[in-house]
Design a protein around this ligand. Structure first.
Ligand code: SAH
Ligand code: MG
Length: 214
């Protein structure tokens, strides 16, 4: 099940009913950028949930024999908690009274035969960032949407990107009527730093590239 085409991937994701929050055009864009840069260094995502984005990133890693670090505490964001808009009862443990998306994540990665491309890190982005030291070719930010969380995830992780590396950020909404401004504002902060250039936006997925340092 190596190196599936993008349409085979879309079809299998649909067929298997993989839970998640990534639209097809966003998934394809993420896949395309991972294919472009993953030969330079491993990739990393913040916010794996049930593995939808992970599957596209991992599959895109096959061509260059690369890997993706899939970071998530698997306890869900604010909107996934009991009683909130995106709560999924199938991912809730009523005895323990917490969300746990990790079993579903693992099941999906195994089902697609991609375990050899994925290094799950069951931890918060903040905790891992404190000790992380390795260069990365692409960072996909899709974790917590609170302004301080989005700001942390964008500004902290980009320091590990290699020159020409990609920052991909989900849920970018230029207008507050369309969605929360945390990720949008975080991307503006990164751009203001001057080390990144804006590349493209597909649906709500924004792509920035780290300039070559001269
Ligand atoms: N990328 C996924 C959707 C991610 S939903 C897809 O393609 O479907 C957001 C995820 O971010 C949730 O699983 C939540 O547990 C995780 N998350 C929220 N805040 C986090 C943090 N501070 N550190 C790590 N993961 C976090
Ligand atoms: Mg998202």
């Amino acid at each position: 099940m190596k190196d599936m085409t993008i349409s085979e991937l879309h079809q299998k994701v649909e067929r298997e009913g993989v839970k998640g929050f990534l639209a097809q055009d966003e998934a394809e864009t993420l896949w395309r950028w991972v294919r472009e840069v993953a030969h330079k260094a491993p990739c990393l995502e913040i916010g794996s949930y049930c593995g939808k984005s992970t599957l596209y990133m991992a599959s895109a890693c096959c061509a260059s024999d690369s890997v993706v670090f899939a970071v998530d505490h698997h306890r869900g964001s604010e909107e996934h908690q009991l009683g909130e808009e995106y709560h999924d009862a199938e991912l809730y443990n009523p005895q323990a009274q917490f969300m746990d998306s990790f079993p579903e994540f693992r099941k999906n990665i195994d089902k697609f035969g991609l375990a050899h491309r994925v290094i799950p890190v069951v931890a918060s982005s903040e905790l891992l960032a404190r000790v992380w030291q390795s260069p990365l070719s692409l960072v996909f930010v899709d974790g917590g949407h609170a302004p301080e969380t989005a700001h942390h995830d964008c500004t902290r992780w980009v320091t590990h990107l290699v020159p020409g590396g990609i920052l991909a950020v989900h849920d970018i909404f230029a207008s507050p009527e369309d969605g929360g401004q945390g990720p949008y504002d975080a991307v503006q902060s990164v751009l203001q730093g001057g080390a990144f250039e804006w590349v493209e936006k597909v649906n709500s997925l924004g792509i920035l590239r780290k300039r070559d340092s001269k």
